[in-house]
Design a protein around this ligand. Structure first.
Ligand SMILES: NC(=O)c1ccc[n+]([C@@H]2O[C@H](COP(=O)([O-])OP(=O)(O)OC[C@H]3O[C@@H](n4cnc5c(N)ncnc54)[C@H](O)[C@@H]3O)[C@@H](O)[C@H]2O)c1
Length: 266
């Protein structure tokens, strides 16, 4: 189950957090992995840890909002690893809690650029090399877009993030329909709250916002929103992404995989 032997995967934002866990899982399943991120030290460390465990991984600094850097990242996957079969659009940033009424256009555009525009660029540049190799796998090529439960339901203070992640959900379906004839599958993944630096930083910020709620209370309140009784851990998401990347999900395209401990079932 879930093998990726002889496949090449590019994972954005793969230095740490969810992307780091995905890189480890995919390499352990036999994929050759290109990790890209803005964080050079953490990215190189993640690639090294994978190599030390016997896997194949390289790191490249890559700003996902820059089209030229996308072309360079895809070229590196093709030149150094032999092609491209799997793209995980994982890099992302959170919004900063500013209510809509006070949100600047600049702050809005920053989140849309990193969390939505970048996926358009990644999909566009991945198509030619994926098209070339898709026919040789039972499951074709696989593009996995990391959205969020916040791409399905709303909340106050995060309008740009919801707009971007909701956009990812339908960009995924549109791309899936365009690319099905090329045997390239496109699916989105919607995590609940997962314990990563992004969420830890968010909890710290909210606890420091003078609302009289401490970090532990904030964490408990977020935990309580998940009927399964805990927040997620990165491997919960990496397991779902691995399945979508593998030929075991060959009949899945244009769909959304919700991994949220029951958050959105309520
Ligand atoms: N943690 C959660 O609870 C959660 C829930 C739902 C969705 N997500 C999504 O999962 C993805 C990963 O989040 P995470 O929790 O691992 O966060 P994280 O902050 O730990 O990791 C995100 C990575 O993306 C990188 N990144 C940010 N901007 C970039 C850019 N312009 N170019 C290249 N890399 C960039 C960061 O350097 C970082 O390494 C994000 O898209 C996030 O929105 C996370």
């Amino acid at each position: 189950m879930n093998r990726l032997d002889n496949k090449v995967a590019l994972i954005t934002g793969g230095a740490r957090g969810l992307g780091g866990a995905m890189a480890h899982k995919m390499a352990a399943a036999g994929a050759k992995v290109l990790i890209t991120d803005l964080l050079e030290e953490a990215g190189a460390e993640t690639a090294e840890a994978i190599q030390n465990a016997g896997g194949t991984a390289i790191f490249m600094r890559h700003d996902v909002t820059d089209e030229g850097q996308w072309a360079a990242a895809i070229a590196l996957a093709v030149d150094k690893l032999g092609g491209l079969d799997i793209l995980v659009n994982n890099a992302g940033i959170a919004s900063d809690g500013t209510p809509l009424e006070h949100l600047s256009l600049e702050a809005w555009r920053k989140v849309i650029a990193v969390d939505l525009d970048s996926l358009f660029l990644g999909i566009k540049h991945a198509i030619p090399p994926m098209r070339e190799r898709a026919g040789q796998w039972a499951g074709g090529g696989s593009i996995i877009n990391i959205s969020s439960i916040y791409g399905i339901v709303g909340s106050p203070g995060a309008a740009s993030y919801h707009a971007a992640k909701g956009g990812v959900r339908l960009l995924t379906k549109a791309a899936a329909l365009e690319l099905a004839p090329a045997k390239i599958r496109v699916n989105s993944v919607h995590p609940g709250f997962i314990e990563t630096d992004m969420v830890r930083e968010g909890i710290r910020k909210m606890a420091g916002a003078g609302l009289g709620i401490g970090e532990n209370e904030m964490k408990q309140e977020l935990t309580n929103r998940h009927p399964i009784g805990r927040m997620g851990v990165p491997v919960d998401i990496a397991n779902a992404v691995l399945f979508l990347a593998s030929d075991d999900s060959a009949f899945m395209t244009g769909t959304e995989v919700v991994v949220d401990g029951g958050y959105t079932a309520q």
